[in-house]
Design a protein around this ligand. Structure first.
Ligand code: SF4
Length: 427
């Protein structure tokens, strides 16, 4: 059978949408189907969109996030419903919403059922996937299935684990992958890395260092196999293990993305983040000491955040020397505690999911108006991603930082132009 997977384009311009990276889910599923004799193509619309007027397939798989769900449904409507299967995080959170657009909606992980689904051996409309217990049993994802991947994608995403034992109130990861960590073995990961030695690797695990024993073994294998530079996501509590940070750098780690979330201790508590502002500062110092750059991720808009919190966060990022900054507006993803609370209090004013991308305020904050929140966030972003910051980084010979400040400057300017009327905000 001919099976085509489509990942809908991002809903709007943001500082990082210029570096598109395909989701791994459709690539794993596509690889399994290819190994079972099917003819598979994968399109990530931000990398290469198909010509829908000529696209023919027996099955269309669409993977949706909350912000890409409306576009996903639009794509689904282009095909007969009995050919469409919808999955992904948003479909797992709200399967009934996706159901009218597809013959099957998959909730959770689909690797163990995808062949039966495609070959029509499953009759249920909404199908519960099963978590893959042994991640080493998965095939090596075949990126050649993704159209234009080699030409247009800068990063090579690799996943070495699934799940997260934490339960941050705004996060939907655990709803998709559960609250138990599952890991690939170090040997299994290095096999995949060996043929990607020359690519910029991004470990997209939510916490790359969660299993210290496995991480240490993997770093040793990376050193031995001379793996190229890479980036990963981690929690700030690992920074106290300075020997680990030194080894990460030696093994090629150049950037770590950390969910600091807030410098407001009350917000950290409300998010159930289980980290303190003191830990955040110490983590920045220790990572920098190990020569690893920091992409700091913050979420603003909790009931304890005011306009001042936004500006304090910006000052903090500049003062502590965070290399690249991601300030997202708190987004109530369906299924999260934040969503349930805001929904109960009737503070969510739009369910246009395309706005649920961390760049649009979609609920009434507590200490300021929605418009004030949006404008202050935009101004703070404009201050960080400015020509002044780009030149400052250049003078300090921080070329990568300068490039991001400049790219951010162009994109934020475009975003502001597109959203001048702020049409979605309540009057
Ligand atoms: S934000 Fe990170 S640490 Fe918190 S639940 Fe989500 S993945 Fe886990």
């Amino acid at each position: 059978m001919k099976v085509v997977f489509i990942e809908p384009r991002s809903s709007g311009t943001n500082v990082y949408s210029k570096l598109p990276m395909p989701l791994l889910g459709p690539i794993y599923l596509g690889t399994i189907l290819k190994n079972n004799g099917h003819d598979v193509e994968i399109y990530h619309e931000d990398i290469c969109a198909p010509d829908y007027s000529k696209l023919e397939a027996d099955v269309i798989g669409i993977s949706i996030l909350t912000s890409t769900a409306p576009r996903g449904y639009e794509i689904a409507k282009k095909f007969p419903k009995d050919k469409v299967i919808i999955g992904g995080v948003h479909a797992s959170l709200l399967p009934e919403e996706a159901a009218p657009f597809a013959r099957h909606v998959v909730v959770g992980e689909a690797e163990e059922i995808i062949t039966d689904l495609v070959e029509n051996r499953i009759k249920e409309h909404i199908v519960k996937g099963r978590p893959v217990e042994n991640l080493d049993s998965l095939p090596r994802p075949d990126f050649s299935l993704v159209k234009e991947f080699n030409r247009r994608s800068f990063f090579m995403p690799i996943s070495t684990s699934r799940g997260c034992p934490f339960d941050c109130s705004f996060c939907s990861v655990t709803k998709m992958f559960g609250r138990k960590y599952r890991f690939r073995s170090a040997e299994n990961v290095i096999e995949e890395l060996r043929d990607k030695r020359k690519r910029q690797i991004f470990f997209c695990d939510d916490n790359f260092t969660a299993n210290l024993e496995r991480t240490d073994k993997l770093l040793n294998l990376m050193l031995k196999n001379k793996i190229n530079q890479w980036a990963c996501q981690a929690r700030c509590d690992i920074a106290k293990d300075t020997a680990l940070l030194r080894k990460m750098y030696a093994a090629g780690c150049r950037v770590v993305c950390i969910g600091f979330e807030s410098i407001n201790q009350k917000t950290l508590k409300a998010f159930d983040k289980k980290q303190s502002v003191g830990q955040i500062k110490e983590a920045i110092r220790l990572f920098h000491k190990a020569k690893i750059k920091i992409h700091g991720m913050f979420v603003l808009g909790s009931d304890n955040d005011s306009a001042k919190t936004i500006w304090d966060t910006l000052k903090f990022a500049v003062k502590e020397g965070i290399d690249t900054l991601q300030m997202s507006i708190l987004t109530p993803f369906p299924g999260t505690k934040v969503y349930d609370e805001l929904e109960k209090e009737k503070r969510i004013f739009t369910k246009d999911w395309s706005l649920y991308d961390g760049h649009h305020i979609v609920f009434r904050p507590n200490l300021l108006s929605a418009k004030e929140m949006q404008l202050n966030m935009l101004k703070a972003y404009t201050r960080f991603y400015s020509l002044f910051m780009a030149f400052s980084a250049l003078i300090k010979l921080r070329f990568r930082n300068a490039m991001f400040h400049f790219m951010g400057y162009v994109i934020v300017k475009k975003w502001k132009k597109q959203h001048r009327k702020m049409h979605w905000l309540p009057a």
